[in-house]
Design a protein around this ligand. Structure first.
Ligand code: PEP
Ligand code: MG
Length: 583
């Protein structure tokens, strides 16, 4: 019986093939107790299991480092750390010592204890740490029980791997030549497994738990549509044929796009846009360069502050910012100051519980209040500015006073650095994000205060339309092509142009090829997006002309509904791809 289910697309591409369903890596552990006189022997068994697990993890780490790179292999450092974690180990030892339970029983109970505890927390990161503990714990159990490793078939035709949950250490055995695609019932887009699937270039759909009427069986024909998050099981002939055509077109398109890396993002009639990458860590630098990023248009620095128990020091931040600046040489790197609050909590700041966190204590509002914290970051950015083409950007600006206050703290930081004799960039360009409707509405006034704008469409859409960007129930109302959003964007760009300052776009809309004519017609200078979107957007720009873009944008602007705006821009896409107007 054929079936289709909608999950989350976590790694691009289309895969079609027979499935292999991975058995769960879980064992029955009978509740055995031992004689108190056997305690020493039981501890020795535990330590021996830990040693074997460590050797195995080291081996996997080296293998993975060769397969997908050193960065991905650091996941296994986290696994080694769990085996040395005193809290985890004390829990196991305590159960053996106090309850005289066998080592494998103690390990199983400790895993259950920590996994349940982390799963209860409403925190994606902690849930992923629960997965790591399960993975390490099961490896340890495997050694204690002398159970065989569950391995993937290597001698069959390439297959679609189906698993309830896939741990990074299981992924290590994947050969992209054997595994066409992956279907995972659990997991999040930012889980380590998803990161690795993307690094390996294997299409992945996850989050399908409870969405399939019948579990997928080994041997079922499966289609994985990693772009739209769709899985088909035993598809009808017409669906299969249409996906085969899409898969072939996708492979061909990816090949052609990769040839574009060194070409400029220029329209047929000579209008050039600067394409930059949005990054959150230095790990993403290589991939940004591989995709042809001409700089960084948005460095989301808050990720340096997250998943830790104290804020990063000036030296730590300076080293990170300097590495990014040096990597791009004279190409611009826009460092955005801390944007926490909203959907990005941070325990050690002890932020108050809020009814409306997105409308609350967030980003620049926190920084202007916690100047101690802010100054450290300002100093680090200024100092890194001495090593490249660094610019600073303030998020969530909603008034002129906020810009002035931030600028005056930046000046204070400069005075301090001068007094201390530390080198820094005296003339660091200053920009603000236009992501609150108030800022867009008064863009003409703000433009007089800064060197550049960057339009943050993610927040601008949520605040303009009063649609929470995290709320699935109203996700259909979250529309970047709403006429109200279009008007604010145009007003912002025109204000920047009148003042002669640079204007970029760094929200997700910048990475949507449909919006390309809009940016060209309105005169945007830079688009910054997730690195993997760059080649596709560049291709769209190279197919367009300034003249066509202006016509399309006029049509879009004259539309009274969001459907009308989208239809006008989409007409441009189809015309461009049919070579009628743009080629
Ligand atoms: C935005 O709001 O568009 C943006 C780029 O910032 P973030 O997604 O980090 O809020
Ligand atoms: Mg934002």
């Amino acid at each position: 019986m054929s079936e289709m289910a909608q999950g989350i697309g976590a790694s691009f591409g289309i895969a079609i093939g027979k499935s292999f369903v991975l058995p769960t890596w879980e064992w029955d552990v009978p509740d055995q107790r031992m004689d108190p006189s056997d305690l020493a022997r039981e501890f020795e068994r535990l330590y021996e299991g830990i040693r074997s697990s460590k050797t195995e993890i080291e081996y996997i780490k080296n293998e993975i480092s060769e397969l997908v790179g050193r960065e991905e292999s650091t996941i296994f450092d986290a696994h080694l750390a769990i085996l040395e974690d005193p809290v985890f180990m004390n829990e196991i030892q305590g159960i053996i010592q106090r309850q005289y339970k066998a080592a494998e029983v103690a390990v199983k109970e400790a895993i259950d204890h920590f996994v349940t505890m982390f799963d209860l927390l409403d925190d994606e990161y902690m849930k992923e740490r629960a997965l790591d503990i399960k993975d390490v714990g099961n490896r340890l159990l495997k050694h204690l029980l002398g159970a065989p490793e569950i391995t993937l078939p290597t001698d069959t035709q390439p297959y679609i791997l189906v698993a309830k949950e896939l741990s990074p250490s299981q992924l290590v055995h994947l050969n992209p030549k054997n595994v066409l695609g992956i279907v995972m019932l659990l997991g999040g887009k930012t889980s380590h497994s998803a990161i690795m699937a993307r690094a390996l270039g294997i299409p992945l759909v996850l989050g399908l738990e409870g969405k399939l009427y019948r579990p997928i069986q080994t041997g079922d024909l499966v289609i994985v549509d990693g772009e739209n998050g769709i899985v088909h099981v035993e598809p009808p002939e017409d669906v299969l044929e249409s996906y085969e055509r899409r898969r072939d077109a996708y492979v061909q398109e990816t090949d052609e796009l990769s040839k574009m890396v060194s070409l400029p993002a220029i329209t047929v009639d000579g209008y050039e846009l600067h394409l930059a990458a949005n990054i959150s860590s230095t790990r993403e630098l290589e991939i940004a360069i591989q995709n042809g990023a001409e700089g960084v248009g948005l460095f989301r620095t808050e990720f340096i502050y997250m998943d830790r128990s104290f804020p990063p020091s000036e030296a730590e931040q300076y080293n990170v910012y300097r590495e990014v600046a040096e990597k791009f040489g004279d190409k611009p790197v826009i460092i955005r100051t801390l944007d926490v609050g909203g959907d990005k909590p941070m325990d050690y700041l002890h932020l108050p519980e809020e009814d409306n966190p997105f409308l609350g204590y967030r980003a620049i509002r926190i920084c202007l209040d916690r100047t101690d914290l802010f100054k450290i970051q300002l100093r680090a950015i200024l100092r890194a500015g001495a090593f490249g083409n660094v610019k600073i950007m303030f998020p969530m600006i909603s008034s002129l006073e906020e810009v002035q206050a931030a600028k005056s703290l930046l000046e204070e930081a400069k005075v301090e650095l001068r007094q201390e004799g530390l080198p820094f960039a005296e003339k660091l360009p200053i920009g603000i994000m236009i992501e609150v409707p108030a800022a867009a509405a008064m863009a003409d006034l703000l433009a007089e205060e800064v060197d550049f704008f960057s339009i943050g469409t993610n927040d601008l859409v949520q605040y303009t339309l009063a649609v929470d960007r995290m709320n699935e129930q109203i996700a259909h109302m979250y529309d970047p092509y709403h006429p109200a959003v279009l008007r604010l964007i145009r007003h912002t760009i025109e204000a920047a142009k009148r003042q002669g300052i640079m204007v970029g776009v760094c929200g997700e809309m910048a990475g949507d090829p449909r919006s390309v004519p809009l940016w060209i017609a309105l005169g945007v200078d830079e688009l910054s997006m997730s690195s993997r979107s760059i080649p596709r957007v560049k291709a769209a720009i190279r197919r367009c002309s300034l003249e066509t873009s202006k016509t399309l944008t006029e049509h879009a602007y004259a539309s009274r509904t969001k459907a009308g705006v989208e239809a006008a821009l989409l007409a441009g896409c189809s015309q461009a791809s049919q070579s009628a107007m743009c080629d």
